[in-house]
Design a protein around this ligand. Sequence first.
Ligand SMILES: Cc1cc2nc3c(=O)[nH]c(=O)nc-3n(C[C@H](O)[C@H](O)[C@H](O)COP(=O)(O)OP(=O)(O)OC[C@H]3O[C@@H](n4cnc5c(N)ncnc54)[C@H](O)[C@@H]3O)c2cc1C
Length: 302
Amino acid sequence: MPLTPDQQAEIETARSEERTTRRATVPGMEAHLYNAHEVLDHGFVRVIDYMGDDNAIVQAARVSYGRGTKAVQNDAGLIRYLMRHWHSTPFEMCEIKLHVKLPVFVARQWIRHRTANVNEYSARYSILDREFYIPAPENLAAQSKINNQGRGGVLEGEEAARVLDILRADSNRAYDHYQQMLEQDGQDGLARELARMNLPANIYTQWYWKVDLHNLFHFLRLRADAHAQYEIRVYADAICKIVADWVPHAYAAFEDYRLGGVQFSGKGVDCIRRMIAGEQVDQASSGMSAGEWREFQAVLKG
Ligand SMILES: Cc1cc2nc3c(=O)[nH]c(=O)nc-3n(C[C@H](O)[C@H](O)[C@H](O)COP(=O)(O)OP(=O)(O)OC[C@H]3O[C@@H](n4cnc5c(N)ncnc54)[C@H](O)[C@@H]3O)c2cc1C
């Protein structure tokens, strides 16, 4: 359960307050506002604020005075055109602010996306909670034998139990020591900013993360992808669902051109043309390396 009853009550209070505005609002996002979408065992994503909608993208593209265009069909078509041709600045007119609770090792991957504004929970100022990410049994994967940066089959039986025991014991022991260093029977206690240094990377942190839609799509393209680590991918998947409710036309275009689309190299395009012309093309005649050819074949076969 990622939220305490007090935190849940705060969210409900925030959701009960209504304000009037002339700004564009999106019913799907109003439904998401402040609510926590649970991710992993203690994490969440919640929308704190947002600016703009599909129409804001269209308005910016046309630099218009009012509504972007007359027909919804035209808006969707224009948004698809912008996405197709990498005309990205109109997407930057939409912004979203999220509150995310995530394990530190996931945060380390996430923070590599530099085109966002971040404010993280201060473990210099506050004491971290005893909350650690312990993978669900089905996500307790072995090291992949073919991909150094990937996972193989799921650990089972005794081996799974042994690994889970180690994870739980190490997490709890480190946290016990953290608490003991902070304060012990009237002693001064180590400063919070120092005591935290023995905590493991599966402890949870939190931040506010604000980003525009163009850079969010870039993040989602990389992190909702099958090559991304499962633990960050589940956050990206949760955000994808939110974005689909926020800017449905832009998300549909993103899903089609970026998540569902592929990019071919010049050699790849040449091979496809030769194949369509009836030529038997193999790796040797493709000009591609074995790895490239494997990936190319995987795309063609689906
Ligand atoms: C599957 C996967 C595996 C990865 N493995 C590793 C790894 O092993 N080691 C590792 O260190 N990282 C790794 N990364 C992180 C990766 O290299 C990027 O740092 C991360 O994905 C952020 O991408 P970005 O820089 O495009 O995003 P952002 O920082 O959001 O930037 C968005 C875009 O803005 C532009 N930009 C932003 N800042 C600058 C700048 N200072 N100079 C020039 N252009 C800029 C670039 O065009 C960039 O693409 C991995 C990422 C993925 C998805």
